[in-house]
Design a protein around this ligand. Structure first.
Ligand SMILES: [Zn+2]
Length: 61
């Protein structure tokens, strides 16, 4: 019963698609919980990170 098939590799096609989306400004933003909320000029700032390319942005609440 050792029928291990490594089939969970993400296809390069999907990867490329994601990068294309990112390059067109369609990032997959997700709130970065590893970084705490930052207070900037008296306002609460949420740090968001793109799941695909790792880009970060700050959103003012
Ligand atoms: Zn991105």
């Amino acid at each position: 019963m050792t029928n291990v098939v490594p089939f969970k590799r993400p296809s390069p096609k999907q990867k490329h698609k994601g990068k294309t989306l990112c390059r067109n400004g369609f990032h997959k933003w997700k709130v970065d919980t590893t970084q705490k909320f930052d207070v900037k000029e008296g306002r609460l700032v949420t740090v968001q990170v793109c799941e695909r390319c790792g880009k970060t942005k700050h959103t003012l609440n």
